[in-house]
Design a protein around this ligand. Sequence first.
Ligand SMILES: [Cu+2]
Length: 138
Amino acid sequence: MNFRRIVSLVWTLALALFFAACGSEGSSADGSEGELSTDSYELQYSLEPSPAQVGENMLMLSVKDTDGEPVAALPIRVEAWMEAHGHGSEATPEIMEMSDGHYHVENLVLQMPGVWSITIELGPEEEAEAVSIELNVE
Ligand SMILES: [Cu+2]
């Protein structure tokens, strides 16, 4: 096997791994809106703009309990992570409650194109329930 052939094989493998890792958990094709649930919460989310862009984005969250009642005053933490490069966002997201159970995550900065994973932790830290959203930012 010559060197060129090995290089070509490595590329084929790398591409196969890349596509295998690219799943979307959102209900829309680009992952920019959807519904997720944990043991205690039902979460609806959408992004603005949609699909997400390089730079600043806003994530809107609507949180209900398993009885369908809005969950007010819930501690929420959001972290953006780019697994392919091993780095996070260059900014810190700010979470604001706009009305009972309706939260805006502002200053969600995705500073480069690629696949980002947005982890949302719901509830006090010691009993947090986490979900994550995969976004392919172009
Ligand atoms: Cu990166």
